[in-house]
Design a protein around this ligand. Sequence first.
Ligand SMILES: Cc1ncc(COP(=O)(O)O)c(C=O)c1O
Length: 500
Amino acid sequence: MGGNPSVRMFGAVPEPTSSGDSAQPAKVDGYVLHPTTLNENLLKAQYAVRGELYNKAVEMAAEGKDIIYTNVGNPQQLGEKPITYNRQVQALVSAPFLMEHPKVTELFPEDVVARAKKMLGLFGGALGAYTDSRGALGIRKEVAEYIERRDGVPANPDNIYLTDGASVAVRYVLNAAIRDENDAILVPIPQYPLYSASIQLYGGTLLPYYLKEEKGWGMDIEGIRKSIHESRANGTNVRAIVFINPGNPTGQCMTSDDLKDLVKLAYEEGLVLLADEVYQPNVYQTEKPFISAKKILSELGGPYSDNVELASFHTVSKGVLGECGLRGGYVEFVNFHPDTIDQMYKAASINLSPNTTGQLSMSLMANPPKPGEASYESYKKEMDDGLASLTRRAHVMTDSFNALEGVTCTFTEGAMYSFPRLHLPQKAVEAAKAAGKTPDTFYCLELLKETGIVTVPGAGFGQEEGTFHMRTTILPQEAQIADFVQKFKTFHEKFMDTYR
Ligand SMILES: Cc1ncc(COP(=O)(O)O)c(C=O)c1O
């Protein structure tokens, strides 16, 4: 029995037994919500990014050990500075009385003050008030204009919902799509565990499709088609396909051809496309720029552009902004039935309103300072420097992993992660088995104990049987990255010496 003993002391209410007393709910050990009587879907759901490794790290931190959190793409946790302009606007909108201060124009550039006034207007004069459940209309219009600039295709603010991070938007759609365990969603493996955990929570079925590491984590479209047909022959309703571009944890950027094949597959097989495009600003090479699924739809034209149902997700948590804690995201619905979009509105209404600081940060992402405005040059410099730094870090990480014995690592073309493959010696595999761990979990736990570096074993994302990986972010600051890489190298050499 767990729990707070002082709470137990108030258990003066006689403890009912479940047998024979129909007026009382069944209790286990005195609890109605005993861990063994919870919703089974909650019990089964797993979320490795904050799983065993993370819990061990928290324990070590409580003992005073230095921990480097590279288990989650959370840039500001590792020292990334927020973009000045964005926080200046946030400050004034949060504390509007500052705009009346006689020195406001000495402290804030004029475009910041003007933007803050405009934003306050979009929130009906108060950041602390609920907005429309889809988010403030003025901000949805800004997002629509951002999408139009990006794709050269019109976007309708009525089809854009602002949410508390992209995660909430993903879950609205999964919740709507999954009716029972017979409904399956195709998910890439390795995947970001938001998908596996949410599909489990909603009681659906995850149908895996494996990305091909030897092809730079590319897709095998015909393999996916085969798996859809096999599942349908067994009576499963395969309803949607998730893809993550740029990829997490795999870091690949999809080519225009791959995207076209995927859209055609969705059309031919009657699947909803769930386009996780949260890493669209995080691209570290020029050969494969980010291309949105919506743009591909329009390039392909009919019947694809007006038939394939597409939900595209974006966020303020990633990119150079890295405003993970402000919880701003959106989903754009393309080719969805209007009544289905209305049902999503109802789902959003149950939460009343997405949080307003997240909406404000989404506005700042979608509609940044323009050339000629007072903050433009400094804003652009901070954004460009941030991206250049991430690009350098992507290279340093990949190169240093590839220099290690028994490690191969695909270049991080985009997103925020390195996902090296660990070719572990047999002795290490046996030691892991004896410890009751998967070999990659064993490796990551040893790494954590030796260095304080928290990573996530490949098992948390799914991986081809018999392969082992590890995910780390590329986010340690440049001043610390040499030390980070050295710590890793020293650990790895010692590990290999022990188990080779
Ligand atoms: C692929 C992917 N999708 C969605 C999210 C959710 O981001 P947020 O809810 O912070 O917007 C993340 C966060 O790491 C992610 O990696």
